[in-house]
Design a protein around this ligand. Sequence first.
Ligand SMILES: Nc1ncnc2c1ncn2[C@@H]1O[C@H](COP(=O)(O)OP(=O)(O)OP(=O)(O)O)[C@@H](O)[C@H]1O
Ligand SMILES: [Mg+2]
Length: 233
Amino acid sequence: MSTLTVANLYAGYGDVDIVTDLSLRVEPLEIVTIAGTNGSGKSTLVKGLMGLLKRIRGRVDFEGTSLLGVPGERRIHMGIAYVPQVNNVFASLTVLENLQVVEGVSDRRRRMAEMLDRFPALQERRSTKAGALSGGERQQLAFARALMASPRLMILDEPTAALSPALVHEVLRLITALRGMGVAVLLVEQRARQALAISDRGYILDSGRVVIEDRADRLLADERMADLYLGEH
Ligand SMILES: Nc1ncnc2c1ncn2[C@@H]1O[C@H](COP(=O)(O)OP(=O)(O)OP(=O)(O)O)[C@@H](O)[C@H]1O
Ligand SMILES: [Mg+2]
């Protein structure tokens, strides 16, 4: 059974559709990239998947169960984690408090210990307010928060935005490691080349539509891609 199936999805704001007739799937333990330029509808898509938009229609199934009509918090309990593009940690709370306030966690103390073990930088900074963390530490905290509820699908919206090249590398390594934790990943990125390099498959969005989809290695080798979608933005 697919982890996520999206079929003929329309989503937007007010009375305008931004995402139109979009279909995609994520299989268990796959890393799937959604790439596309500024304003192509990537964040709108993931907000739709997380139940944060009023204007949405089509089919969205998680492990065979329809998500449409399921409230956002409930999706987290079902096994979907979401790391938004902005505001993905509480700046005024400490590292530990950020982990304590995640909802839908069954064995919280054990899970927190596991997260601090997996992210040693967070262990060191456990009493530091998240607002005072470096960009890389903050992103580790966002990942740790998302992992607290033991998800089987993690949706990441531009996790490398605003990071230095060395940290981009580090975050991509973290994403690759998610597979070993039993997590499939839907990765939204403007840095298409780097995202596809760690992905199994990819979808290219343009004006809210999927214009190209293929295995990641084929997309990276595709000449049309190089000109239009793989350049640095
Ligand atoms: N809250 C909103 N209300 C109305 N229109 C919006 C809203 N948020 C985004 N849009 C519009 O939807 C379109 C797609 O935006 P979206 O944020 O989904 O793009 P994106 O691919 O995530 O871009 P970026 O790479 O810059 O994050 C844009 O034209 C944007 O202006
Ligand atoms: Mg976006």
